[in-house]
Design a protein. Structure first.
Length: 239
């Protein structure tokens, strides 16, 4: 699995004519795994990881620094908290989700700034579990050039993290998008990753579901409602 992904990353960089890769290191397991894979693919001198706190939990930055130090990666801190506050002052009042989704979109803009500056590809860190149910921000963390672990369920990412010797504290911490204080992926989705992975795996392979029917229907609805996120913009064809 690891070797196949590393080879794929190499081929993507080469075929695009890019000189390297830039990615956001959040302090979570997904970005840590992707960073390790990218390092093996292009080498540490052609990989830049960005820390992009945006009114975030300080522990996330500590964990991201820990991963970068362990992998000996080039890194840069770009604190987006002030920009986020200023942006909100120019906009009308809205709900928490609208405000929070500005964070990954600011991060996307920052990543592409460095990608343009260095002629690098922007590498995404989304996994299959999240992508299938639309648990990502459109034109935010979903706005990337390549997605190396997009065909791996969360449980497979955890297994790969152990193989890559990602710090145990990063592997075991509750997954969070860091959208607001105390937010966790599983709390927001209303389902654990283990349950989600099992339902999605059975859905993909057309196997009988064994989970609670309410949870199965919930996942199916999430999949259907997020189809627009996995497609490009709709086009009205005239001819």
């Amino acid at each position: 699995m690891k070797n196949k992904i590393v080879f794929w990353i190499k081929s993507q960089v080469k075929s695009s004519g890019a000189k390297g890769i830039v990615l956001g290191l959040s302090g979570g397991i997904d970005s840590a795994v992707v960073a390790a894979l990218c390092k093996e693919a292009v080498g540490k001198n052609k990989l830049l990881v960005l820390f992009m706190p945006c009114k975030s939990n300080p522990q996330d930055l500590e964990d991201a620094r820990l991963v970068a130090k362990k992998l000996k990666l080039k890194s840069k801190l770009v604190d987006l908290s002030g920009i986020h506050r200023c942006f909100l002052k120019t906009l009308p009042e809205a709900n928490a989700l609208a405000k929070s989704n500005l964070k990954p979109r600011l991060r996307m803009s920052t990543l592409y700034y460095f990608a343009n500056k260095l002629n690098y590809l922007v590498c995404g860190t989304g996994n299959k579990s999240e992508l299938m149910v639309g648990y990502f921000t459109k034109f935010g963390d979903g706005g990337v050039d390549i997605l190396p672990i997009a065909d791996l369920f969360k449980r497979q990412v955890r297994k790969l993290a152990l193989e890559l010797k990602i710090p145990q504290s990063v592997i075991t911490k509750p997954p969070t998008a860091g959208l607001w204080q105390g937010q966790t992926d599983e709390g927001e989705m209303g389902i654990t990753y283990d349950q989600l992975d099992d339902i999605l795996d059975r859905f993909c392979h057309k196997k009988k579901q064994i989970s609670d029917s309410a949870k199965v229907n919930k996942v199916k609805k999430m999949y259907a409602n997020s189809e627009h996120k996995r497609k490009g913009a709709g086009i009205c064809y005239i001819h």
